[in-house]
Structures are given as structure tokens and as C-alpha cells.
Write a protein that binds this ligand. Structure first.
Ligand SMILES: CCCCCCCCCCCCCCCC(=O)SCCNC(=O)CCNC(=O)[C@H](O)C(C)(C)COP(=O)(O)OP(=O)(O)OC[C@H]1O[C@@H](n2cnc3c(N)ncnc32)[C@H](O)[C@@H]1OP(=O)(O)O
Ligand SMILES: Cc1cc2nc3c(=O)[nH]c(=O)nc-3n(C[C@H](O)[C@H](O)[C@H](O)COP(=O)(O)OP(=O)(O)OC[C@H]3O[C@@H](n4cnc5c(N)ncnc54)[C@H](O)[C@@H]3O)c2cc1C
Length: 616
């Protein structure tokens, strides 16, 4: 869809004036929007830089670069990263095959080391081994990181990454032994040419196996530092980057579009005798949109926490200390799944909250939704990743129960479980201690009860793998509860440290309360299950939750303005900064290709209509 004239800056208007209904929402902000934007960017200087650079178009190219930067030796980084940074090559990440995406041990592409020529010979032994899905592989990429089973002197060492040139830098023709193309149409993911790749006796030099942690010496000796899963580390890195770069941005854009539209759209009479109400004045509309807004802020701060943990873990790994890797894998996996799932559902809620106009491509919402839906699948299908988190939780729960030390994010598993929620009235549920403890209680209960079921099954003679499979639904629940507890706890701790001036801490506290209470309100069974909270206390949660909607509603527009998206990046007739919705819808519709005379008229309609004419 063509980008029609929109203001280049988030505070501009090409149509001259800002819709008064939207303008009035900006006069009553309880906090400084510019300061909140700076907080989200990590400082005013970062805001200035971001505004200057604009939205960096994300290519799979960065996943290629990330593979080399985390798995490549210093020499390989020095050689390949400058070429990729200057776009003197276009990279791709070729791991998934037609027959395997999740089960990496099952990948069938082979890389056999030839000591005579000091090369690896890569092959696609059968159709199911064909690389299938790699982004930019279809037409664009000149190079790719291929994940293949490494064989030396007939012994398999598991999957390893190899840099392979697939297209000529002179004329973009396919290199010898390479067959590649596009995998065909997808559910609106056309901005990337996902492709297929077949390898037939493709030879690459020994230096092309990424060798920061694993190396093949000239005589064929294999040397590895850290666990064999270190070759999965790119995925850990991308899962964390993915959250901010792709998924959270989509939710923030959807919240911006739906919120601005909801103060411009007037529909039905709320107060008899007055003009039609802004749809955001309806409690149900607030209950659709404001928890999504709270989640966007919550997960922004969760991502800061993950990024800090990753940076710390990566520094340790570079010192060859791999102790943090399991916790990093468990958290990145769990949050990639929880946040992609929540943001996908959130974007859909925003789309549906805009009525018919939300369904128009001109709203920008359908393309946000279909694009973000893919994030629940790629970079690790969500169920698989939640089971990885659960595997870590069960291991740590057993260790904690035996009094052994466990990583910081799971020390709570050894905490004494509280019998009952101490809240006496609805105000108590605005206390982070009260709701954080409630989330902790549920997380401990789900992990401990599933661990007990697992143990009972095994002790009753069920094979371990069968017992595990019979617990996977509850293991997924435990993993989600673990992540929600950490997200709530982290949001509350972050708010505690915020500056009180400029009204930022107050509005963030309201959003933190809303995020936490929305989770309890919409998943009340988990909190009522063992009597930890009573039905009366659940009524208190509901009362505080609904009160918060009215409080936050007043700041809804300033809260989305703080995301600071330009009209160009929103690409939405409903969400532009000036709120001139109807004018833009009409203008954009007139210019839409759907308004060109269809060839079907000449071929089908005209003969029919002329035939009718002759009969009238
Ligand atoms: C700067 C960048 C910008 C990016 C900006 C993003 C924007 C993005 C835009 C869109 C871009 C689309 C990009 C899509 C790109 C793909 O989709 S790439 C392909 C993604 N594919 C996957 O994620 C595959 C998922 N599958 C897997 O990871 C593995 O098969 C599984 C599920 C972890 C199982 O592996 P396995 O070898 O069978 O291992 P398993 O027996 O389950 O576990 C063995 C041990 O390994 C450990 N382990 C497993 N994995 C790991 C790991 N990763 N780390 C550490 N330990 C691990 C386990 O914890 C376990 O430990 P213990 O419990 O034994 O102590
Ligand atoms: C838009 C898009 C872009 C992509 N880009 C890339 C790329 O650039 N590079 C790349 O290498 N790959 C890419 N992929 C592939 C992607 O990584 C895989 O599709 C993903 O890892 C899921 O694997 P799969 O397709 O084999 O699904 P499967 O694993 O076959 O999943 C199908 C179903 O089986 C279930 N299942 C599978 N195993 C288990 C189990 N052990 N326990 C319980 N349930 C199980 C899953 O939960 C799921 O419900 C992309 C995919 C998409 C959609």
C-alpha cells in the first residue's frame, strides 16, 4: 500500500489542523510526554539520535551478522562483519529445513571435513534436508550461515554454523552446487523473500566454520569450549532482540493507532442530551485498549531486564564462563513466547476495537497483525520454547528443594509458600508487594505441583520421556506463570526507581498496577485455585482494576504519543498525529489501486449489462 502524504514528524500535520477531539486530550496530560519518550529511549540523546536516523529497516541480514558476532572467531568477525555492515554482501540465516524446524538434532544437511583439501563439503542428502524458510534467501542473499551436521573421519559432532556464498557478487547468479529460490506466497510476510536452498557438493574453506567456541584443526582434531548448545546461542541473542525490534514495536503502534482513533471516533449517546461520546469514554473500550498499553510498557521494561542479563552473560561467555547460559536460555525462550503471544493477541484486540475501519488495510492494523503473528512461530515455536523454560524450572525446583544454589531468577522457588493473600480491601491490591506475592504464589504452585506429578508418574513406573509428555500442558502453564511473575516484579521494581518529578513515576505506577491486576482479573482461576485468594478478594481486584481504567483513560493519548512514532512509520489513516481520520480515509481510498477500472468490467460486466440494456 502506497505511503501517501503524511507528516514526517510525529508532531506535525499535513492537513493543517489537529482534530479538536484529539487536541483536547493533549492538554490534560498528567506527565511530561517528552520525558517519557526519553525514558523509553534510554535518554534524551538516544531520542535525538533515533529521530535523526529514523526507523532502521530490519533485514534478516542482522541475524546473519549476529551469528557471526556471537559464534565467530575474532578473525572471522574482522573479516565478515565490515562486509556485512557496508552491505557488500547480503546475509541470511539457513537453519530450518523442509523436514525440521524445531528439532535441531534432526537437521539433515551435512558438512564433511576433507583434511586433504582443508575444506568442508556441504550437501543436502534428501528433499527433507532442503533449507526452507530462511529470510532473504529467495532472491536477495549472497551469503548465508548454514547449520549442518559436522562429520570428521565419519564421526558426527552435531550441528555447526558454516558461512556459504550462494550468489555471485558480480551478477547475482547462483554459485556452483547451489539451487535456491522463493518458497512462495505467505500470510502477508511479503517484505521478506523467504527461500529454499539445496547444496550439492559445495566446498567451503576450513576457515568458514564459525569457530569462537568450536574448531576443527587442520588434522581434523575437533576442539570445543562450553556446552554443545553454544551453537544455539545466536537464537538466544535474536530472541531477546526480536522482542524489542519487531514485537513490542508492533504492539506500541497498534495501541497508538487504536487509542488516537478512539478519541476521534464518536459513536452513540453516553449522556442523554449531549453529543455522541468518544468511544474511549466507554468502559468496555477502555478495558480493551488500556491493558494492552500497560503491557507494552511492562514488556519494554522486561526487555531492558533481559538485555542487561544478556550483556552480563555474554561478557562472562567471552571469558569462557558459561554458567549463565542455562538461565539466559530459559528466560529468553520463555519471554520470547510470552511476549510474542501477548503482543499478537494485543494487536488483534486493537484491530477489533476500531470497528470496520480497523479491518481496512488503510488503518495499518491488519498488516501489523499478520506480520506479528509469525513471531509466535519463528525463532522457536512458542510451545517449544515454553517447554525449554519449564525444563529449566523443574531442574531448579529439584535443586532448590535439595538446598542447592540456583540462579537468581528462580531463588523464589525455595521461598516459603504463603497460605493466604493478606489483602483486606481493594486499595491493598494497589500495593506491588501484595500483587507480586500473588504472582509468586501461583508460579511456585504450578512448578511444584507439576514437579510432584512428574515424580509420581516416574515412581509409578512410567518412563521418564512418557511422564514428561503427560505433564507438558501443565509445564507450559508453569513456564508462563514464571514469566508473568518476573514481568510484574520487574515492572514494580523499575517504577520504584523512577524519578518522581514530571509525573512519570505516578503514571508508570498506575500502568504497573493495571498490568498486574489485568493478569489476575483475566486469569482469576489460577489465583483462586488453592484458596490463596478468596472470592471476596477477587471482587476487590475487579473493583481496583476497573477504577484504574478511568484513571489511566485521561492520559491514554499522551501515553501513546510518548512512543513517538512518526505518521510515516505508523502508515495509518486512523492513527496519524493530527487525528484527521475521515479526510485521510477518503483521500487514501480514492488513491487506492482498487479504484482503477477493473479489467473484469470489459470482459464480464459490460457484455452482461449491455445484454440487459437491450431487454429493458
Ligand atoms: C541483533 C539481532 C537483531 C534481530 C532482530 C530480530 C528481528 C527479527 C525479524 C524477523 C526475523 C525472523 C527470523 C526467524 C529466524 C528463525 O526462525 S531461525 C530458526 C529458529 N529455530 C529455532 O528456534 C529452533 C528451535 N529449536 C531449538 O532451539 C532446539 O531444537 C531445542 C528445542 C532447544 C531442543 O534442542 P536439543 O538439542 O534437542 O536440546 P534438548 O535436548 O531439548 O536440551 C539439551 C540441553 O540444551 C540446552 N539448550 C537448548 N537450547 C539452548 C540454547 N539456545 N542455549 C543454551 N542451552 C540450550 C537445554 O536447556 C538443555 O539443557 P539441560 O536441561 O540438559 O541442562
Ligand atoms: C515468517 C517466518 C520466517 C522464518 N525465517 C527463518 C529464517 O530466517 N531462518 C530459519 O532457519 N528459519 C526461519 N523460519 C522457520 C522457523 O524457525 C520454524 O518454522 C520454526 O522454528 C518452527 O519449526 P517448524 O516449522 O518445524 O514447526 P514444528 O516444530 O513442525 O511445529 C508444528 C507443531 O508441532 C509442535 N511440536 C513440535 N515439536 C514438539 C515437541 N517436541 N513437543 C510438543 N510439541 C511439538 C509445535 O508446538 C507446533 O504446534 C521462519 C518461519 C517463519 C514463519
Amino acid at each position: 500500500m502506497a505511503l501517501l502524504e503524511t507528516s514526517k514528524h510525529s508532531q506535525g500535520s499535513v492537513l493543517g489542523s489537529v482534530n479538536p477531539d484529539l487536541a483536547s486530550e493533549r492538554q490534560t496530560a498528567s506527565f511530561c510526554v517528552e520525558k517519557l519518550t526519553a525514558l523509553l529511549d534510554g535518554g534524551a540523546e538516544q531520542t535525538r539520535i533515533r529521530r535523526a536516523v529514523g526507523d532502521v529497516a530490519f533485514l534478516l541480514h542482522r541475524v546473519f551478522m549476529r551469528s557471526i558476532s556471537v559464534l565467530g572467531s575474532d578473525k572471522q568477525v574482522a573479516k565478515w562483519i565490515p562486509l556485512a555492515t557496508q552491505h557488500r554482501l547480503i546475509g541470511s540465516y539457513a537453519q530450518t529445513e523442509l523436514g525440521h524446524g524445531t528439532y535441531l538434532q534432526g537437521l539433515e544437511t551435512t558438512a564433511v571435513f576433507d583434511t586433504a583439501t582443508q575444506e568442508f563439503i556441504l550437501n543436502t542428502p534428501k528433499i527433507s534436508a532442503m533449507k526452507w524458510w530462511p529470510g532473504d534467501m529467495g532472491r536477495s542473499a549472497t551469503h548465508t550461515v548454514v547449520f549442518a551436521q559436522l562429520y570428521i573421519h565419519g564421526k558426527c559432532y552435531g550441528i555447526h554454523p558454516f558461512i556459504v556464498q550462494i550468489r555471485s557478487l558480480q551478477d547475482h547468479s547462483l554459485c556452483p552446487g547451489i539451487t535456491a529460490g522463493d518458497i512462495g506466497p505467505k500470510m502477508n510476510f511479503e517484505h521478506t523473500d523467504n527461500g529454499y536452498l539445496l547444496l550439492k557438493n559445495v566446498r567451503v574453506p576450513r576457515e568458514n566454520m564459525l569457530s569462537k567456541f568450536c574448531e576443527v584443526r587442520p588434522d581434523g582434531t575437533y576442539v570445543r569450549q562450553g556446552s554443545q548448545k553454544i551453537n544455539y546461542f545466536t537464537m538466544t541473542a535474536v530472541r531477546i532482540s526480536l522482542i524489542s525490534d519487531e514485537v513490542l514495536t508492533a504492539l506500541m503502534k497498534a495501541c497508538t493507532i487504536a487509542t488516537r482513533y478512539s478519541v476521534v471516533r464518536r459513536q452513540s449517546k453516553l449522556k442523554p442530551g449531549e453529543q455522541e461520546a468518544k468511544i474511549l469514554d466507554y468502559q468496555t473500550q477502555q478495558e480493551k485498549l488500556l491493558p494492552q498499553l500497560a503491557a507494552a510498557y511492562a514488556f519494554h521494561f522486561t526487555n531492558d531486564y533481559l538485555q542487561e542479563l544478556f550483556n552480563r552473560g555474554y561478557r562472562e561467555i567471552q571469558k569462557k564462563n558459561f554458567d549463565m547460559l542455562p538461565e539466559l536460555h530459559a528466560l529468553s525462550s520463555g519471554f520470547k513466547a510470552v511476549i510474542t503471544q501477548h503482543c499478537t493477541a494485543g494487536v488483534e484486540i486493537c484491530l477489533r476495537a476500531c470497528g470496520g475501519h480497523g479491518y481496512s488495510l488503510l488503518s495499518g492494523l491488519p498488516s501489523l497483525y499478520t506480520k506479528i503473528l509469525a513471531s509466535c512461530i519463528y525463532e522457536g515455536e512458542n510451545t517449544i520454547l515454553l517447554l525449554q523454560t519449564a525444563r529449566f524450572l523443574i531442574k531448579c525446583f529439584m535443586a532448590a528443594s535439595a538446598g542447592q544454589p540456583v540462579p537468581p531468577s528462580v531463588t523464589y522457588l525455595a521461598a516459603v509458600k504463603h497460605g493466604k493473600c493478606p489483602a483486606k480491601n481493594k486499595v491493598d491490591f494497589l500495593s506491588p508487594d501484595i500483587y507480586t506475592e500473588a504472582y509468586q504464589h501461583v508460579a511456585i504452585r504450578l512448578t511444584s505441583s507439576t514437579a510432584a506429578k512428574l515424580q509420581d508418574l516416574i515412581q509409578s513406573g512410567v518412563k521418564k520421556y512418557d511422564a514428561w509428555n503427560q505433564c507438558t500442558v501443565q509445564l507450559v502453564q508453569a513456564a508462563k506463570a514464571h514469566c508473568h511473575y518476573i514481568a510484574v516484579k520487574n515492572f514494580a521494581e523499575t517504577v520504584e526507581k523512577l524519578e518522581t518529578k514530571a509525573g512519570i513515576q505516578k503514571i508508570m505506577k498506575h500502568l504497573c498496577d493495571l498490568f498486574a491486576l489485568h493478569g489476575i482479573f483475566s486469569n482469576s482461576g489460577a489465583f483462586l485455585h488453592d484458596g490463596y485468594t478468596s472470592a471476596a478478594q477477587m471482587d476487590m481486584v475487579t473493583a481496583s482494576y476497573l477504577d484504574l481504567l478511568a484513571v489511566i483513560r485521561k492520559d491514554a493519548v499522551p501515553l501513546v504519543d510518548a512512543f513517538d512514532f512518526t505518521d510515516q512509520s505508523l502508515n495509518s489513516a486512523l492513527g496519524s498525529y493530527d487525528g484527521q481520520v475521515y479526510q485521510r480515509l477518503y483521500e487514501w481510498a480514492q488513491k487506492s489501486p482498487t479504484n482503477q477500472m477493473s479489467p473484469a468490467y470489459e470482459r464480464y460486466l459490460k457484455p452482461l449489462l449491455h445484454n440487459t440494456l437491450s431487454k429493458l
